[in-house]
Design a protein around this ligand. Structure first.
Ligand code: GLA
Length: 392
């Protein structure tokens, strides 16, 4: 089924479910982070891009304060639709919810403070694999937020929507994530990386033309699912906060690469030293990676990616056996570099490889997973795609 056919069927499903057609369809993509991991909640630098896999939100406004949300599943035929979950804008309070409904609830809650006075009928179709480190949650949240902002003419800028989605994730989903994922989903541009300074919130679209250099991106989804709210993600954030308190800084961004050694000597706890070392060197790697991209130096870029992985594995300790296996096998079979992408504790690896080596690398990874008795990974060849848009 093509995307257009699928959207048409989805519109029919919406109409059957809610008894009225949607006013529009919005698409928001997942993301891959090239480098800059666990830096966003430390006011640091990130360099993600949007991917093809997206979430679609179909929305119709309502005249009362009810919000009805339903999820459409299209992976097998016939397409199925969950019976709608209802909540009322007037009685909605800021509280944590353990299901995907946290996102529509959080977004409606914060948009109601910005002038969304009546409810909506919403159906979502998510095609970003969940728990793969590709930001399925931000895709879902951004598609809904962009659509409601437009339907209700609220006039929020994309950066304001980024902050709103991030607040919804922090407060309603209980995940203390930074702004990288919604920023990538809402602001990314096709064939570009999004270079974002999460402190100043300034950003720049940087052309990423790896294909003209005979290189290819390979994404290896280990199919080892993560759940950030249950993982050590929150613990890492707390450790960074504790390090800031002990160092007397507002955020780890204040520590420059040149000051790293003297800063580390002020911390007694070896664990905190490791966490700080990762964050500070990772910010520096984002800058080096940008230089490498701008000068088409893909050999150097590859080695920066691998250094980033080693830091996440040894200093930040968020990698897993399967992520390490995918990284090691990719490099041994010809990749220029590879690293886990996203929050870690499962998820995906991104490798940069000469085009000629991609099929050998893919086969070697499949074989190494099978030899270890791991479930087969899913391998994609992603390209940087356009950020969130209205489709119809
Ligand atoms: C998750 C979070 C992001 C970011 C990454 C790690 O994807 O949602 O905000 O912290 O982990 O870089």
């Amino acid at each position: 089924m093509t995307n257009i056919e699928q959207i048409k069927i989805t519109i029919d499903t919406f109409t059957n479910t809610f008894g009225i057609g949607p006013q529009g369809v919005w698409k928001a993509p997942g993301r891959i982070n090239l480098i800059g991991e666990h830096t966003d909640y430390n006011q640091g630098l990130v360099l993600p891009f949007a991917i093809e896999q997206s979430c679609y939100a179909l929305i119709a406004p309502r005249k009362d304060s009810l919000v009805r949300v339903s999820s459409i599943r299209s992976s097998h035929k016939p397409i199925t639709v969950e019976s709608p979950h209802n909540f009322d804008l007037e009685t909605l309070t800021a509280s944590t919810c353990r299901t995907w409904l946290a996102f529509p609830k959080g977004i409606c809650y914060f948009l109601s403070k910005k002038g969304m006075n009546t409810g909506a009928d919403i159906a979502v179709l998510g095609q970003v694999p969940i728990g793969s480190g590709l930001s399925s949650s931000a895709a879902l949240a951004c598609a809904i937020a962009l659509g409601l902002n437009e339907i209700y003419s609220l006039g929020l800028t994309k950066m304001e929507l980024v902050q709103l989605v991030s607040k919804a994730e922090n407060i309603f989903a209980g995940v203390p994530a930074g702004i990288m994922d919604p920023a990538a989903s809402l602001l990314a541009v096709k064939d570009h990386l999004l270079f974002l300074d999460t402190d100043s919130e300034c950003y720049e679209q940087v052309p990423f033309l790896y294909s003209s250099q005979d290189t290819q991106l390979i994404l290896i989804d280990t199919n080892d699912r993560h759940r950030l709210s249950e993982s050590g993600y929150a613990l890492r954030r707390q450790q960074c906060k504790l390090a800031c308190e002990q160092l007397g800084v507002k955020s780890l961004r204040e520590i420059t690469f040149d000051d790293l050694d003297s800063t580390l000597s002020k911390l007694d706890d070896p664990l905190l030293r490791k966490r700080v070392a990762h964050v500070v060197t990772e910010n520096q790697r984002v800058i080096s990676a940008l230089d490498a991209v701008r000068s088409n130096n893909y050999l150097t870029l590859g080695s920066i990616l691998t250094q980033g992985h080693m830091s996440l594995k040894n200093y930040y300790e968020v990698s897993t056996q399967r992520l390490d296996l995918a990284v090691d096998t990719a490099i041994q079979s010809g990749a220029l570099g590879a690293r886990m992408t996203g929050g870690g504790f499962g998820g995906s690896v991104l490798a940069l490889a000469p085009k000629s080596a991609t099929s050998t690398i893919s086969k070697s990874i499949e074989q190494s997973f099978s030899a270890q008795g791991f479930a087969a990974p899913t391998i994609y060849f992603p390209t940087p795609c356009q950020g969130a848009i209205r489709l119809s």
